[in-house]
Design a protein around this ligand. Structure first.
Ligand code: MTE
Length: 299
């Protein structure tokens, strides 16, 4: 498979791994329900002492393991990720249960350094390892009637203590339009910072769509379904006024509870200046996917 996309970012741009691992604490106040990303006002971050970075090793959002800010790091280890099977079904030529190893053996794994922008206005630059979702779709053969791709996270009450609580409608689900899914930027991530994905970040397989807000990054995927109708998404089901299907990074569309016009890069120190957020997170190459669409309506 040929490389169809090249990084404009380099190792110098990457958010230090330690900052990435501690970002939830940096932003403080995580766990507020109904906030994708589970974070509170960035102002709190400035009150933190730098040495508090050391206290916690990992802050993630993975509500299947709890909504507390340290829950995923503490409890996601319980998830069995080997063996792992992904059911691929719906409007495909070769539906079936594909083992993770089988998928990996047929995919081109590469490192990609992407800007990552969360809905609450912090940003970072993360080196992911993964393969293009488009390559996987090509492998299974998409039928002409297909227009969308639906994703589903594992639902394992025995291993996921958080699913005992109805904070979201389990299993966690996400969706993309087929052209978004086939775009060469859309990555199925299998690792970050040169290592396999930690469980709390969505092992063994998660979605990364760098021109969309972080909450589109569905973790620990067990099912991919090609459909002809727009699939539901977890955050939209939980709060349709705040979270739309598209979730494109868009400085012109404010979240009902905060502005999206600027962002605070993590890793530039606690008092790092905010900078303007770019349309599509700066990934201009995806703009044509939305030609003629009102992105205020379709947020
Ligand atoms: N996927 C599942 N299955 N469950 C979740 O709770 N949280 C989402 C997304 N994917 C979530 C999920 C949200 S709100 C965010 S911001 C990102 O994962 C966070 O990914 P990270 O912890 O690797 O930064």
């Amino acid at each position: 498979m040929s490389r169809r996309w090249t990084n404009d970012l380099t190792a110098q741009d990457v958010t230090p791994e330690r900052v990435f691992l501690n970002r939830r604490q940096l932003m403080s106040g995580a766990g507020a329900l109904g906030i994708a990303g589970g974070l509170a006002a960035p102002a709190h971050a400035q009150e933190l002492e730098p040495n508090s970075f050391e206290d916690i090793t990992n802050y993630c959002n993975f509500y299947e393991f709890g909504t507390g800010k340290s829950d995923p790091a503490q409890y996601a280890e319980a998830l069995t990720t080997e063996p792992w099977t992904v059911q691929i079904d719906g409007l495909v030529e070769k539906p079936g249960d594909y083992s993770f190893e089988d998928i990996l053996s047929q995919m081109d794994i590469e490192e990609r350094i992407y800007r990552f922008r969360c809905v609450e206005a912090w940003s970072m630059v993360v080196p992911w390892n993964g393969f293009e979702l488009g390559d996987l779709l090509e492998m299974v053969g998409v039928k002409p009637e297909a227009q969308y791709v639906a994703f589903e996270t594992a639902y394992r009450p025995d291993e996921m203590r958080g699913v005992a609580y109805p904070v979201l409608d389990w299993p966690y689900v996400e969706g993309l339009r087929l052209d978004e899914a086939r775009h060469p930027l859309t990555l199925m991530a299998t690792g970050l910072y040169g290592k396999p994905l930690p469980n709390q970040n969505g092992a063994p397989l998660r979605l990364v769509v760098p021109w969309k807000y972080g909450f589109k990054s569905i973790k620990s995927i067990v099912r991919i379904t090609l459909t002809d109708s727009q699939p539901p998404t977890s955050w939209n089901k939980a709060n349709a006024r705040e979270y739309g299907f598209y979730s494109n990074v868009n400085p012109n569309v404010d979240h009902p509870r905060w502005s999206q016009a600027t962002e605070r890069p993590l890793g530039g120190g606690l008092l790092a200046r905010r900078k303007p957020t770019l349309m599509f997170n700066g990934y201009d190459e995806v703009a044509s996917l939305y030609d003629g669409m009102d992105l205020t309506e379709n947020f």
